[in-house]
Design a protein around this ligand. Structure first.
Ligand SMILES: Nc1ncnc2c1ncn2[C@@H]1O[C@H](COP(=O)(O)OP(=O)(O)OP(=O)(O)O)[C@@H](O)[C@H]1O
Ligand SMILES: [Mg+2]
Length: 409
């Protein structure tokens, strides 16, 4: 089957070299039994590719089971994947087959694989290496013959480095890496996709066709598409349903896609990974704030040393800064204590230098800063993640992941 046949069969639109290359890799790896790790931003088509791999494999008549590893609670995931014996835990009234048993002879698609708990990762590694597994609550070794296709929109290797993902499993899953290009890397496909989606939706809703004016086509192509093909599809649907004037101009399009040139984010910088970009953006913010704080603290410490520990003139010269300092210290009181005693009006401040240095180390943790920022944004927007994510300049999905990672629930 050539690449065009695959596109026709699976409804894949686009002709960019990066997309063609991905399809070519999928086509070549499909008939082997190798594990494939599909990476790509949210909405870029990872699931579509998992179907291609299964359908073009010798297992196409076997089952295909898609498991969203991020959506199954940690407490039940082993039982879902590997099954359990009757009575193996409270509520296990019957024995239950796991997906690996049901999919014997077929393919399992492990979506959001980076979210697997470490214990489950160990079981998965065993299956990959020997086809063997144990049901929860049983010591009888079972065998299964399942091909694994996994997908992720995070950098799994980063998880490996932070000890959250087993390195051996990473290499085992990543036997063949398949990267699905983001939409902003294949701009030439954007208008093609829009035309196809809007024609399909016009059919579905029996509404007149949509025409884009040249300035609207331009805007569509220049947009960054953080939600990739899924976002484009949603927008095509909205326009089909809502636009009265079927000749859509860039001005009308602005009701559906944000005007990025009007935001202060430097979106024009081309980035291969939007996820990285938004995270980088937060980190810059944090680093700048920290640098400013550090400079001010250094200045303060130098003045205190110069004045031989007498802080009264410093207090008099910097009342605003000192007050702000106390306020911040009050705010973080719940966290490790910062031992600057609030002085009575005339008494010198009791600085404990070594301890102070340690405490400053503490507050320099990027993770702390990051979770602080996230907490603040959530508080400000009364827990509404959508708005908090917007304020932080990250996607809602990234925010969701961070809340999970940092245990902020
Ligand atoms: N090249 C393409 N041509 C046509 N439709 C596509 C293409 N790529 C993706 N789609 C469609 O876009 C939507 C999103 O694709 P898919 O679910 O495979 O993305 P994903 O990468 O798995 O997303 P997520 O990370 O959010 O799970 C689906 O409706 C899919 O059919
Ligand atoms: Mg998916």
């Amino acid at each position: 089957m050539d690449i065009q046949d695959i596109k026709n069969r699976f409804g894949i639109i686009g002709g960019s070299p990066l997309l063609n290359r991905a399809i070519d890799i999928a086509r070549q790896v499909a008939p082997t039994d190798m594990s494939v790790l599909i990476t790509g931003e949210s909405g870029s088509g990872k699931e579509v590719f998992s179907h291609i791999i299964h359908q073009l494999s010798t297992r196409k008549h076997g089952s295909f089971i898609a498991v969203n590893c991020g959506a199954i609670p940690e407490g039940t995931i082993d039982s879902e994947l590997f099954g359990h014996e009757k009575g193996s835990f409270t509520g296990a009234h019957e024995a239950r087959k796991g997906y690996f048993e049901v999919a014997n002879g077929g393919t399992i698609f492990l979506d959001e694989v980076a979210e697997l708990p470490l214990g489950t990762q160990a079981r998965l590694l065993r299956i990959l290496e020997s086809g063997e597994y144990l049901r929860v609550g049983s010591s009888k070794v079972q065998k299964t013959d399942v091909r694994i296709v996994a997908a992720t929109n995070v950098d799994v290797y980063n998880r490996v480095k932070s000890g959250k993902f087993r390195e051996d499993l990473y290499y085992r899953l990543n036997t063949v890496p398949l990267r699905i290009p983001a939409l902003h890397e294949r701009k030439e496909d954007i208008y093609l996709l829009f035309r196809k989606f809007s024609a399909d939706f016009s059919d579905k809703y029996r509404s007149p066709g949509i025409q884009l004016e040249p300035d609207a086509i331009q805007m569509l192509s220049n947009y960054s598409w953080p939600g990739n093909v899924r976002q484009l599809k949603n927008i095509a649907e909205q326009i089909c349903v809502l636009e009265k004037d079927r000749n859509v101009t860039s001005a009308a399009l602005l009701n559906y896609i944000p005007n990025e040139s009007a935001t202060n984010l430097p979106m024009a910088i081309s980035s291969n990974n939007k996820e990285d970009f938004t995270e980088r953006d937060i980190l810059y913010k944090v680093l700048f704030d920290m640098k400013k704080d550090m400079m001010e603290l250094k200045k303060l410490v130098a003045e205190i040393i110069q004045s031989g520990g007498n802080t009264s003139h410093i207090m008099a010269d910097n009342p605003h800064y000192i007050n702000q300092l106390y306020q911040e210290i009050d705010e973080t009181r719940a966290e490790p204590t910062f031992t600057i005693k609030k002085p009575s009006q005339s008494a010198p401040v009791d600085y404990n230098y070594t301890q102070e240095a340690e405490e400053i180390e503490e507050s320099l943790s990027l993770i702390d800063k990051e979770s602080d920022l996230i907490k603040k944004a959530l508080k400000k927007h009364k827990g509404k993640r959508k708005f908090a994510a917007q304020e932080l300049g990250i996607s809602e999905r990234t925010l969701y992941r961070k809340i999970k990672e940092l245990n902020l629930n």
